[in-house]
Design a protein around this ligand. Structure first.
Ligand code: EPU
Length: 418
């Protein structure tokens, strides 16, 4: 297994390019299942999650080929209908094949994901939505079997604005009979990006980016040629790194309009964030006078995927902050590791009280999930001495060569094989 070794205390200076958004790329790859022919996804980051979904799509007989930094996905001979346990266990987003398979081929068999490091994460809302559209759903031997010769448009009110649930139902509704209305839909930029791609494929979707989606089903969709949005979480992570590490960093290919709630908090924490136009953003660390409270919520609120990194930022410096996690029930696995690095954080239910300390100290720590690993990298960059982060395969699920990008900004970080 790989580990990262970080010598902390170096200032971050220079420019860095942001890759395409993992959480946009994954549903876009699944959307290739909806059309007969070859889709072209331009600009696909080299991530473990992308490789896992490629394996799953190949398992369904979709042909996946690399093409000049992107992927060609040919879905003209799709025969498979099953997302097996081994792949869903590795990556929950595998469930994104469910909607497209049922809508286009009338059936799917998907392993139930079970819990994961950040919470229980059921898929009941995906299934309830498909049932409302006329599908028959049977749970058996840890798998869910979903059948529907043809889905019917209907009105679906989601209990929670689930991101992949909205994406699954939006893809399914695009090939259903009649009109589907999804209320309390997720509004994340990645959901909007999928909607834009589906529209380019011939889907009829109104309201993307709002809480009510209206989708008129069509007979068939055409393959796409599409460039995904930049990764707002990679951008946010590097912005937090700059703020924490005496930084002056310019991000290229970053969309500030996707990061509004985070940027408000980063500025409150003293950082200067300047929109240079043309998707360039300059972040300089200013003087931190107080702690900043955050509360995660669905978009456009503060993203849960930035909570751990923001906690690392709050861990060092003046003032106390209360960080409340409202999207997932168990997303504080980074707390005990940050405390091993000298942070002073206590968890009370869904809130963490972070008392800023003047200095963090390098230590051996263990990554537990994707964003928790990113928080440990940030803490390591800011700490005195050496930090060794093991199990960085969690980080590799969602960040492409993060250590290379950080090293180019002046960080002392290298990957070793343990
Ligand atoms: N939920 C249910 N029932 C469902 C679906 C969701 O109770 O049927 C609950 C979940 O347990 C959770 C809440 O609803 O408490 C929100 O979950 P959501 O379904 O929105 O999350 P997701 O679609 O599984 C995506 C991202 C996550 C991101 C969340 C929230 C992808 C592939 N994954 O997950 O990304 O944290 O939305 O924004 O888009 C990450 O990149 O590190 C990551 C975990």
């Amino acid at each position: 297994m790989d580990a990262l070794v970080i010598e902390g205390g170096r200032a971050l200076r220079g420019s860095v390019r942001i890759g395409a958004a993992k959480n946009a790329v994954l549903p876009l790859m699944a959307a290739a299942l909806l059309a007969d022919g070859e889709s072209h996804l331009r600009s696909v980051p080299n991530l473990a999650d992308v490789r896992t979904l490629s394996r799953l799509l190949e398992h369904l007989d979709l042909r996946v080929r690399p093409d000049n930094g992107g992927l060609l996905l040919a879905a003209d001979a799709v025969g498979g209908r099953e997302a097996p346990y081994e792949l869903v266990k590795t990556m929950r987003a595998s469930v994104l094949v469910l909607g497209p398979l049922v809508a286009r081929f009338g059936s799917a068999r998907v392993s139930l994901p079970g819990g994961c490091a950040i919470g229980a994460r059921p898929i009941n809302l995906h299934l309830k939505g498909l049932e409302a559209m006329g599908a028959e759903v049977v749970l058996e031997h840890g798998y869910v079997d979903v059948r529907a010769p043809r889905l019917r448009g209907t009105r679906i009110v989601l209990d929670i604005p689930t991101v992949t649930g909205t994406e699954n139902l939006m893809m399914a509704a695009s090939l259903a009979d009649g009109t589907t209305v999804i209320e309390n839909a997720a509004r994340e930029p990645e959901v909007q990006d999928l909607a834009a791609c589906l529209v380019a494929m011939g889907a009829r979707i109104r309201g993307a980016g709002s809480a009510v989606l209206e989708i008129d089903g069509v007979e068939s969709l055409a393959p796409y040629d599409y460039t995904p949005i930049p990764d707002r979480i990679e951008a946010g992570t590097l912005m937090a790194a700059a703020a924490l590490c005496d930084g002056d960093v310019t991000l290229h290919g970053a969309r500030l309009d996707h990061l509004d709630a985070f940027v408000v908090k980063l500025r409150e924490a003293g950082a200067e964030v300047v929109d240079l136009g043309e998707q360039r953003v300059r972040v300089t660390s200013g003087e931190r006078r107080t702690g900043v409270d955050v509360r995660t919520s669905p978009h456009p609120g503060f993203p849960t995927d930035m909570q751990a990194q923001f906690m690392a930022l709050m861990a060092k410096g003046t003032g106390n902050s209360v960080i409340t996690e409202k999207v997932f029930e168990n997303r504080f696995m980074h707390v005990s590791e940050l405390n091993r690095m000298g942070a002073d954080i206590t968890v009370e239910g869904s809130s963490a009280v972070v008392r800023g300390v003047p200095q963090l100290s390098g230590a051996r720590v263990m990554a537990t999930d994707l964003r928790a690993s990113a928080a440990l990298v940030l803490a390591g960059l800011a700490a005195e001495g050496t930090t060794v982060i093991s199990r960085v395969y969690h980080l590799d699920r969602g960040y492409e060569a993060l250590e290379v990008k950080l090293a180019a900004l002046g960080a002392r970080v290298e990957r070793i094989r343990e």
